[in-house]
Design a protein around this ligand. Sequence first.
Ligand code: TXA
Ligand code: MG
Length: 329
Amino acid sequence: RPNIIRVDADQPDKAKLEPAAEALRAGELVAMPTETVYGLGANALDEDAVAKIFAAKERPPTNPLIVHVAAIDDVHAIVAEWPNEAQLLAKTFWPGPLTLVLPKKNTVPDTVTAGLDTVGVRMPAHPVARELIRLAGVPVAAPSANRYTEVSPTRAEHVVQSLGEAVDVVVDGGPTQVGVESTVLSLVGGRAEILRPGMVTGEQIAVVVPDVVYASDAPVDEQLSRPSPGLARKHYSPNAQLRVVDDVDTLLALSGADEGAAWLVLEAPAAQPRGPVVIMGREPSAYAEKLYAVLRDLDRQGVDTIVVERPPEGDAWRAIHDRLTRAAQ
Ligand code: TXA
Ligand code: MG
């Protein structure tokens, strides 16, 4: 079993974090809480350590990792270009759930970037992640700390369930607050393109960089010519079959519709189904915060179908729609 280190989420004890920092410097795998999801961290400049991440997750080597830094100025060891837009975005959204993709420096091993000449970098807001990266003194490459295609972990126990002894140290800083993975924004070639929607929204980014677009809104032939690595359709999946529906009440009125199913609804349904009901509410940040933990809980209860009431439209819901769509594949 991994060495589990429990720390306070807001004011982590440096003495307790030091062994985790030492493990990172020694090339070991350390799972840590970020404000989005738990990450499976390794020294980003140590090729052998990074290779262990891919092995532990059974992650295809074509899927690049995000490099995490403790301060804005630390990006200069990682990226070859840092345009004015990047500085403005970092000043506005860092520390926080926004990853910026930029041309990489040669010091970043090709393993980290899956052979691409660009690298994703972000400064996480979680006090535990920031303190751990600062103490380690190295940039930390970290994908979500789950096996490939599983739902990302939002609690330390999810990491242990997913990875077990494939991880050396798990830093437990309690449940994560944002709940879904960071927004990934490419600034390569003078364009601003959202490759993965997150809780930092296109509308929020547009205040700083007005011509930002979602890659998924681009014409399909352009999407095909451009790589969106790691955005495999089947991703973030629970074991249960997930179905997104418009009208829960009509479905519930059909006899047998609720056989073996769980229900993820925005508000209490008119009829009481036999299976478990989770009321998610109509507030996107609260919905995102609990989504993955709810999916994992329902999986553990052994339901075979999760019926999800389609959330409202709008930019604030975009990341949630994206993850539900992928989970339903
Ligand atoms: O919130 C998060 O981003 C979490 C926490 C741990 O920071 N990390 C995370 O990592 O979600 P991961 O590996 O599960 O997802 C990384 C995403 C993938 O979609 C990948 O394709 C994209 O970032 N990415 C990384 N480097 C890239 C690059 N050079 N070009 C394009 N996309 C990149
Ligand atoms: Mg992931």
